[in-house]
Ligand binder design. Structure first.
Ligand SMILES: NC(=O)c1ccc[n+]([C@@H]2O[C@H](COP(=O)([O-])OP(=O)(O)OC[C@H]3O[C@@H](n4cnc5c(N)ncnc54)[C@H](OP(=O)(O)O)[C@@H]3O)[C@@H](O)[C@H]2O)c1
Length: 254
């Protein structure tokens, strides 16, 4: 299925023809510019991130297993100009950067449907968590200790530039970090420093000051990010709300 963007008065055809993704990635890293972005996933996370990206001026295609997913359709009409929907493959094929907002247990399936060729060379931001609710709550992790969803994605799609981030906060915080008062942190990991710089630019535009983003190093950092979930779930139960976050403080700050 093809999709049409309402361009809201913006003539981007010349930029698109020029195919200057590199320059736009640089602009994004500095907190400006726009890109064609695929948001794979029609759940709360995909819709929250997709909405913010559209607000920031990006062209966003939401991907799903089906081209006319109901949540995707509702999101397109609510998000307005710059929003479109299609299959995982439709979304990834036209994108310069991809967000994986599918369940951790099905992420590889979704990305296979998106197509390895459509991910090659692109920054793939993995927001997923490996939660398994099949035995009830609390959920268990489908992968942990010596592996993670982030690493699995990077292994299966070696030409993608996988960056793990945003999975340790609820959607209420992802694109509105100022809603949680005081100093608090977000984590990022990935093998490609340039890709992480690009993603930090996007996170900055989401409202995360650069000094609050802690770079955990290569993609094996995703293990810790994902294994934080049992503590996050427990905290949510005790606090009775999901809009919280943690702050990392150390003795060097004295
Ligand atoms: N909720 C939060 O605040 C939060 C915070 C941080 C991280 N996360 C993580 O973000 C991810 C998205 O969460 P969510 O609640 O928005 O959505 P979700 O319900 O976990 O996932 C929705 C997406 O998964 C796709 N999907 C389901 N089964 C599939 C399969 N067998 N093969 C391929 N794709 C499949 C769905 O496709 P269709 O569109 O075709 O239905 C849909 O697009 C999860 O990994 C979650 O753990 C959530």
């Amino acid at each position: 299925m093809r999709y049409v963007f309402a361009m809201a008065g913006r003539d981007r055809s010349a930029t698109l023809r020029a195919g200057n993704t590199g320059h736009r990635l640089e602009a994004i890293a500095k907190g400006g510019g726009w890109m064609r972005i695929a948001v794979l996933g029609t759940g709360t996370v995909g819709r929250t991130i997709g909405t913010k990206l559209v607000e920031l001026g990006h062209e966003v295609t939401m991907g799903s297993r089906t081209a006319d997913n109901e949540h995707g359709r509702e999101w397109v009409s609510a998000a307005g100009g710059g929003a479109a929907q299609g299959t995982f493959e439709d979304a990834a094929s036209g994108a310069e950067l991809v967000f994986n907002c599918t369940g951790g247990a099905v992420a590889l399936e979704a990305l296979r449907a998106a197509g390895a060729a459509n991910l090659a060379g692109k920054v793939v931001v993995d927001v997923s968590n490996p939660l398994d609710f099949s035995q009830g709550t609390p959920p268990t992790l489908t992968v942990c200790n010596t592996d993670s969803v982030g690493e699995r994605i990077q292994r299966e799609f070696p030409d993608a530039r996988v960056v793990k981030t945003l999975n340790t906060v609820n959607t209420a915080v992802m694109t509105n970090p100022a809603g949680v008062p005081g100093h608090h942190n977000l984590f990022i990991s990935g093998n490609d420093d340039e890709a992480k710089t690009t993603v930090k630019g996007i996170l900055g535009a989401f409202g995360w000051p650069q000094h609050t983003i802690i770079d955990l190093g290569d993609i094996t950092g995703a293990r810790g990010q994902e294994m934080y979930l049992p503590l996050w779930l427990r905290l949510m139960g005790r606090l009775g709300r999901p809009d919280f976050n943690i702050a990392v403080v150390h003795a060097g700050e004295n």
